[in-house]
Design a protein around this ligand. Structure first.
Ligand code: FAD
Length: 409
């Protein structure tokens, strides 16, 4: 099917920030196109970044909504909720859903994000009191449970594991944070940064355990979690378990399509996949990042939104390269943290320089790619992030004096 004078049909899978921003961009650029936005959650776009505050009970769930159902109607965007795309047929340019039949498309965007890796140990399946943290509905369910809990365990060394730990302890629940590696974010922070986070955790009463992991889960006769067994031989009693074990990408609907996938969906710098008229955006896109000359994948809100804009523009016929410096900021117990630009998970060969100022409680770690600043991790005073983002954008070689200046805290 090619472009004709008849209105075009754009189909978007996933109504997160990437998919919804793409729908908005498409509507701005084409007043008559048919736009179908399909999502398997029951809600229009809400702010995932606000979920940790919902978990703490600081923000009401309804305050997280960014788009109303009426916005979709007003903008003539057909929103299908509780609907899963189960198959794509690139030959016929068709997507099949589980509950709303099939739709043909001129251009298709896959913005399906990821889903949490499940805690896959003996006894975990079917045991009550084990939670993963990804959606608004997860958050309200966990919040109900926290209010009845006394001792929580969190497993994982990711940002999500941190958010669960912080959420639990915020409610006064005794919290043990178990990390399989030697420290939090072990690829991003060095030993000094990891030790700093450990001090921040302990200062608010969190019990930390490193180089250990849960090997099985025990439940009482009521099916509720009662304790976990650890590789070290320890048995820890608990009535709540949070798992932050990373994401698996939602690429299952691309099976047998010929679209090139790796961990995510591989795209070029225009967010086009290997199959004509199919684009990918957001967390799921493993895009060619012109700033580092290689493929890259991000898990940040602003990257996903910017991807949505770029993909939408290109689906309309533009040739925009994706060029943004992503950043992620969050609390870090009673301090704060920022991760900017490219992280060593994407480019493990980057040169890294770290510095800790104990007195001021400030930590910085900078990542250089071929002599240029590519990324940074900051804890404590993170105000320098704008300056660092400008330097990353400039793509110029950083002198030793400038390196020293950025590291001086
Ligand atoms: C608790 C939490 C806190 C976070 N905090 C921060 C933060 O502080 N800063 C930051 O930058 N980022 C943060 N993030 C990450 C950020 O939220 C994500 O990077 C961003 O939301 C990704 O957007 P997306 O549109 O790519 O994917 P998603 O938001 O994952 O949306 C994809 C949607 O597609 C749906 N879907 C998947 N497959 C199908 C299918 N086959 N059919 C129909 N629908 C489908 C999914 O259910 C989902 O609703 C946080 C994430 C979480 C979970």
């Amino acid at each position: 099917m090619g472009d004709t004078d008849a209105p075009r049909t754009f189909v978007i899978i996933g109504n997160g920030v990437a998919g919804t921003t793409a729908a908005e961009t498409l509507r701005k650029g084409d007043a008559t196109a048919r736009i179908i936005l399909i999502g398997d959650e029951p809600h229009p776009l809400y702010n995932r970044v606000a979920l940790p505050k919902v978990l703490k009970g600081i923000t009401a769930p309804e305050r997280t909504f960014i788009k109303t159902l009426a916005w979709h109607t007003d903008n003539n965007v057909e929103l299908l909720l509780n609907t899963t795309v189960v198959r794509i047929d690139p030959e016929r340019q068709l997507v099949e859903t589980d509950t709303h039949g099939a739709f043909t498309y001129h251009r298709l965007l896959v913005a399906t994000g990821g889903t949490p890796n499940l805690l896959n140990v003996d006894g975990a399946r079917g045991t009550k009191g084990i939670y993963h943290f990804q959606t608004l509905d997860d958050t309200t369910t966990i919040l109900d449970r926290i209010r009845k809990s006394k001792h929580a365990i969190v497993t994982g060394g990711s940002f999500i594991a941190y958010e669960l730990t912080e959420g639990f302890r915020h409610h006064g629940v005794r919290t043990t944070w178990m990390i399989r590696g030697t420290r939090f974010l072990h690829r991003i922070l060095d030993a000094e940064g990891g030790a700093f986070v450990d001090r921040l955790a302990k200062a608010v009463g969190v019990e930390t355990v490193y180089e250990d992991e849960i090997t099985s889960v025990n439940a009482g006769a009521d099916g509720e979690i009662s304790s976990v067994n650890c590789r070290s031989g320890a048995i820890i009693d608990c009535d709540l378990l949070g798992a932050g074990l990373g994401l698996r990408m939602r690429i299952e609907c691309l099976r047998d399509t010929g679209v090139k996938v790796n961990r995510g969906i591989v795209t070029n710098e225009f967010l086009e996949t290997s199959v004509p008229n199919i684009y990918a955006a957001g967390d799921v896109a493993e895009f060619f990042d012109v700033s580092i000359g290689t493929h890259n994948q991000m898990g940040t809100w602003n990257n996903a939104g910017s991807h949505g804009k770029t993909a939408g523009a290109n689906m309309l016929g533009a040739r925009q390269e994706y060029r943004e410096v992503p950043y992620y900021t969050s609390t870090m117990f009673d301090s704060q943290m920022a991760a900017i630009g490219i992280m060593p998970e994407s480019v493990p060969t980057m040169e890294a320089l770290g510095r800790m100022n104990e007195e001021r409680g400030v930590y910085r770690r900078l990542f250089f790619h071929e002599g240029r600043l590519a990324g940074a991790a900051l804890i404590g005073d993170i105000r320098i992030r704008r300056q660092l983002m400008d330097m990353i954008r400039s793509q110029r070689q950083v002198s030793n004096a400038e390196r020293e200046q950025f590291l001086t805290v």
